[in-house]
Design a protein around this ligand. Structure first.
Ligand SMILES: [Zn+2]
Length: 143
């Protein structure tokens, strides 16, 4: 654990998204998370911790779940994957983890490495694929 140490995230690399866009997407993800958690009737302090930062500095945030061990994450995953909403919540949480861990990479397609259009992320903040790769993926499923 050297390169990925959360404490070293402070460095300012030019990312895909600017700070304002990242803050916006973070808010969108949190809104989605709150919405789905209400739907699931699942409300836990662990999830409701204050993630707001007064100065809007993304790197100052800490995301509890990211600090927990793999076991806790596995249990969370198994619990959430039992339902459709839960699976969605998992993806939203994963996107938040990606955002906090490496904001400079957030907004890049996991398939081809291209930038994902901000409009697409605004609509689907947990999206991992650009629209082209997503279309390809869904194409593959149909055949
Ligand atoms: Zn792509």
């Amino acid at each position: 654990m050297t390169a990925n140490n959360p404490k070293t995230v402070k460095q300012r690399k030019p990312g895909v998204m600017n700070k304002k866009q990242l803050a916006h997407l973070e808010k969108r993800l949190q809104e989605e998370r709150n919405r789905v958690m209400k739907e699931l009737g699942y409300y836990d302090e662990q999830f409701s911790g204050t993630l707001q930062s007064s100065d809007g500095d993304l790197s100052a945030y800490s995301f509890h779940m990211a600090d927990q061990g793999t076991d806790a994450m596995e249990r969370e995953k198994q619990f959430l994957f039992a339902s459709k909403e839960g699976r969605y919540l998992w993806h939203v949480n994963e996107a938040l983890r990606r955002l906090y861990r490496s904001p400079e990479k957030f907004g890049r397609c996991h398939e081809c490495g291209d930038e994902i259009a901000f409009e697409r992320l605004d609509a689907l903040p947990h999206a991992r694929l650009c629209i082209k790769c997503k279309a390809k993926e869904e194409d593959g499923k149909d055949k």
